[in-house]
Design a protein around this ligand. Sequence first.
Ligand SMILES: NC(=O)c1ccc[n+]([C@@H]2O[C@H](COP(=O)([O-])OP(=O)(O)OC[C@H]3O[C@@H](n4cnc5c(N)ncnc54)[C@H](OP(=O)(O)O)[C@@H]3O)[C@@H](O)[C@H]2O)c1
Length: 432
Amino acid sequence: MSAPNHGLGLGICCRLIDEFLTLPNNHGSLTIIFTTRTSRKASETLSTLENHLAKHGTSKSDRQIYFQPENVELTNLLSVRALSRKLLASHLPYLNAIVLNAGIGGWSGLKWPSAIWSTLTDIRQATTWPTFKLGLVGLVTKPQFPEGTKAAREEPILGEVFCANTFGHYMLVHWLMPLLRACDSASPGKIIWISSVEAGARHYNPDDHQGLKSSVAYEHTKRLSDCLALSAVNQPATGSLVKEYITSSDSEEQLQPRSQESEPSFLVAHPGICTTTIISLYWIVHQGYRLGIYLARWVGSPWANVTSYLGAASISWLILASQAEIKAKAVSATGNLGGPCKWGSAVDRLGRSSVQVTDVEGWGINGTGKPFKDKWWGGQVGRKTGSVDATKEDVDNFLALGADVWRKMESLRKDWEARIEEFEAEDSHKSK
Ligand SMILES: NC(=O)c1ccc[n+]([C@@H]2O[C@H](COP(=O)([O-])OP(=O)(O)OC[C@H]3O[C@@H](n4cnc5c(N)ncnc54)[C@H](OP(=O)(O)O)[C@@H]3O)[C@@H](O)[C@H]2O)c1
């Protein structure tokens, strides 16, 4: 599993430990591979997880859970490549699930008058769908290739928020495909995109695929996650693109040959709202924000999780649930067998956690184009004000957008793979 060193990533690891150890008929072992950007954070995280595990009273000798820290910088494709090669060359037999959790907001602060006004007049909407974050426009990654190389001279720019939240993950998953495809066909590998309840249709602009001109680059990438995951499942418009994506190149297959047993499934989840450091706030403001989310919970917001542990509910459930359990929950939540759902971590006024389906603009709850007004959130409580049910036509448009997104992502993947190969050839030629 890929998860960073604090915030939601840590919440997912802790919850996964607790839920795995309390699974009925649990005999197997679990290895949690978590990623950080520095070795200091890796050892801090490892010791936090060891302490969390120790609360279960599991002695070191008979523990069923193992931790494997790894390092990756998602805005550096050579670092992503190095991690994938290391894991492929290892003796890991397969990867059951990869959680695409790491990410950045790319915000510089808040529009204070609007923040105060919207919080005082509608705290539930203000804390769940804030319209007062100040997004930085045009953030780009550091150069991917060392200065002076031919690859560096020809290098195009990459959007930083896009690369951290979407493209770095997208490349990592593609390169790790032999491990995901080595899962038994009864339990195929899971690719779990972490989205946000905030992602709306207006946030993604197809003419600015990397969100370079956008002041909502974060929300843009979250809408991308929704489009990628929800349009990947059994859709004629994306079928051939998804097939290409899940097919590994020979060089990846050869690092440590594994048989290809299954095709991975694409899933999407969100943590509701948790107070993490994704937005940088002064301590006192952070406490006010935390209180605001509690108040939103008490006036009925089902997404006001506050803690990362509660926010991790939908993700840990997706990791451990069988395909049949996910399908059964989707049918019971939506009333019919439709397409995939976006799974959210929800909470009630007393802080009791649950996993619930979430409305996706243009897709609805399961892409059937059927209304769902009487569902669990009781009218509009869990939806953004003004939301409407997706019609059949909206769903068709969503799928057309999904196909366009897949086309753009695949084209970008091939372009960067070619650049990396050329760079590596140049590099190995020089070092001979
Ligand atoms: N918090 C919420 O309410 C909320 C709501 C909806 C969705 N989410 C999603 O939840 C996920 C986790 O967010 P969070 O709230 O837990 O934020 P966070 O506390 O800031 O954690 C983000 C993590 O991502 C890592 N990271 C950032 N850029 C990276 C990069 N280029 N390469 C590798 N790792 C990188 C960070 O590592 P460092 O520690 O090294 O910086 C950090 O550990 C994100 O995808 C976010 O969009 C959060």
